[in-house]
Design a protein. Structure first.
Length: 200
């Protein structure tokens, strides 16, 4: 049951973009087309999940035992940068069109605060899901939390891309065209996601 709480909470209640406001730059930059938004979502999903596993192990078995927790942020950024380079190389070989469409936003996953935020949350924050007492997540729970968080990121990005594609085909008043209507839409989405807060 605890895994259910982790998944529902990470995707809907504490959505990384719409509730915690992390990863806004690529969220707004890549969400103009559904195809690029879904590609970016998959790349971010892979990086967040794998980065969380690697940083959890690095923190638990190296940084904490050696008293080097002050190096958490820099070591986590190095791990994330290496994973993003791997994703970039794979995408360039497997899907050159998606690689071109993502453009500058692909290497910017390295500096995406959502990726680093999830890694730091997992090792530093105590979580309380359901009626249970607060505790630090173990490796399995951390992996589930990271994957669910990245699914929430992808869900928000794909929904927002769909809304933006629909808005592009509609008559929007001139002062609201472009970024203003996009920000209004994302605000309404965030309020809609707040409705899930009563679930967990």
């Amino acid at each position: 049951m605890e895994y259910f709480y982790i998944i529902i909470s990470a995707i809907f209640v504490n959505n990384i973009v719409l509730a915690q406001f992390l990863g806004i730059c690529p969220f707004l930059g890549v969400s103009s087309k559904l195809s690029t938004a879904s590609g970016m979502s998959m790349a971010v999903c892979f990086v967040i999940t794998l980065a969380t596993v690697v940083t959890y192990l690095l923190n638990t078995y190296l940084l904490v035992p050696l008293g080097l927790t002050f190096l958490q942020t820099i070591s986590f950024i190095l791990v994330i940068a290496a994973l993003v380079q791997t994703v970039e190389i794979v995408l360039k070989k497997v899907s050159p069109s998606l690689y071109q469409a993502l453009g500058i936003f692909l290497p910017l996953i390295t500096t995406n605060c959502a990726v680093l935020g999830v890694a730091i949350n997992v090792v530093n924050k105590e979580f309380a899901f359901g009626a249970g007492a607060a505790h630090t997540l173990n490796l399995a729970e951390s992996t589930v939390y990271a994957f669910a968080t990245s699914l929430g990121y992808g869900l928000a990005m794909v929904l927002f891309a769909g809304i933006r594609e629909q808005l592009a085909g509609n008559a929007v008043p001139k002062p609201f065209r472009g970024l203003p209507i996009a920000l209004i839409s994302v605000g309404i989405m965030a309020m809609a996601f707040l409705g899930f807060s009563g679930i967990v």
